[in-house]
Design a binder for this molecule. Structure first.
Ligand code: SF4
Ligand code: SF4
Length: 407
């Protein structure tokens, strides 16, 4: 027999989860850790701020791990809890529920034109909030408002803001759950990842005879399906039919004919183990360990050097050789840092770096380009490679080879 849940109603719990997840989405851009956003992709510095770590686009492997954790985490939740994401957490469902709620509250609120206008104003207000919230994950809220009110929001941010506003407005006004039933690929993915032990909602076949055929479950369903026909791709696992059936059946002493179940089992048969989900949990643990190790061992700064394209090698009358370079110093820390550049030299050799190589101030998560000249005496043989060191606080934080050309 499948497990029977208590006769409590699902709706209050679903609403709490929806409020809480919406609140999290709205609040996260305002939270900071170590002086930086908790979660934000800064397009300007091409840096992902992720729970205290700042991962630059150059650290592609770390960003890839973060993306994989999200993807596998999503699949893991789907394998365990089926489409609970759709009915309980998905922002699209929350928006559709909100639009339904506006409609129901405005049903008798004044003349039809006033109701229609109020509805459009509410849709526009929600759309504006969602659009701003989305952009806050790229531009931190304080900077966003400064730029918005000074009219300097920028082309990309402006297009994103307007595009999101229009999409959400269109969704609230016209689309809502049609998206879930027709376009959203998640339902299809969920069907592929389903296991015997995945949480589903089912019309209990053992109690089929007790059905009053009242249709309350069908009327309650936001996607317009009949759960009595079995699992369907349109079902978003919201539990409204479960509540509706309990309302109908409880006066007769029955707890309802629709239940959540982690897989039906015959009497005495052990509960199915969701092996795919366990495997997925292992993969996620591995990825999280890799991310933690990667962040813990990552360099605070990087140094890259290339020969200056237009400058020729020069030989000076005193026998020294001059090479020209461009160095790129990258500060990966979350606070500004001061660096200096040093060159290693062999005994009996005089190596001199000319250029702004002392007190190099580099802002947090920023790059600085430095034009460098290396003067070597005596002129070395062909194929000589020296070592350029980036020093911060008396410690070498990065090293780069410095090939010397002789002609
Ligand atoms: S069948 Fe039930 S759980 Fe599925 S979408 Fe309809 S009301 Fe929600
Ligand atoms: S609400 Fe319950 S009793 Fe009524 S039709 Fe649906 S399953 Fe049958």
């Amino acid at each position: 027999m499948s497990r029977r849940y208590t006769r409590a109603r699902i709706a209050p719990w679903r609403k709490r989860v929806q409020w809480l997840s919406t609140l999290c989405l709205l609040v996260i851009p305002f939270l900071r850790v170590g002086g930086e956003s908790l979660l934000r992709l800064d397009a300007g510095s091409r840096t992902l701020f992720f729970f205290g770590a700042s991962l630059r686009i150059e650290e592609f492997y770390l960003l890839l791990i973060v993306v994989l954790i999200f993807v596998f985490g999503f699949l893991f939740v789907t394998m365990l809890f089926g489409r609970v994401w759709c009915g309980w957490l998905c922002p699209q469902t929350t928006l559709a529920d909100l639009a339904d709620w506006f409609d129901s509250r405005l049903k008798k609120a004044g003349p039809a034109p006033v109701r229609a206008a109020a509805r459009q104003i509410l849709y526009a207000a929600v759309s504006a909030l969602v659009a701003c919230n989305m952009v806050w994950y790229f531009i931190e809220p304080r900077e966003f408002f400064d730029r918005l009110f000074s009219g300097e929001i920028g082309t990309m941010a402006g297009i994103s803001l307007l595009g999101t506003f229009l999409l959400v407005y269109f969704d609230l006004a016209l689309v809502r759950r049609t998206f879930c039933k027709t376009v959203c690929p998640y339902g299809r993915i969920q069907l592929m990842t389903m296991e015997r032990g995945t949480l589903t909602l089912e019309f209990d076949p053992d109690l089929k005879e007790k059905c009053l055929r009242c249709g309350a479950c069908v009327r309650a369903c936001p996607t317009g399906i009949d759960i009595r026909n079995g699992l369907q791709i349109e079902c978003i696992n919201c539990g409204r039919c479960l509540d509706a059936c309990r309302d109908v059946m409880e006066p007769g002493g029955l707890g309802g004919l629709i239940h959540y179940t982690f897989g039906r089992t015959a009497p005495g048969e052990p509960r199915p183990v969701n092996r795919k989900a366990l495997l997925m949990a292992g993969v996620i643990l591995l990825l999280v360990s890799l991310l933690v190790a990667g962040v813990a061992t990552r360099k605070e700064a990087t140094l890259k050097v290339q020969r200056a394209a237009n400058a020729q090698v020069r030989k000076l009358p005193d026998g020294s050789l001059v090479n020209f370079y461009i160095a790129y110093v990258e500060n990966r820390g979350t606070s500004p840092a001061v660096f200096s550049l040093e060159v290693g030299q062999a005994p009996g050799e005089s190596a001199q770096l000319i250029g702004p190589v002392r007190d190099l101030k580099v802002a947090a998560n920023a790059n600085r380009k430095v034009d460098l000249v290396l003067k070597l005496k005596p002129a070395p043989a062909a194929g000589r490679t020296m070592e350029l060191r980036l020093v911060a606080g008396g410690k070498v934080v990065a090293v780069s080879p410095l090939p010397v050309a002789v002609e």
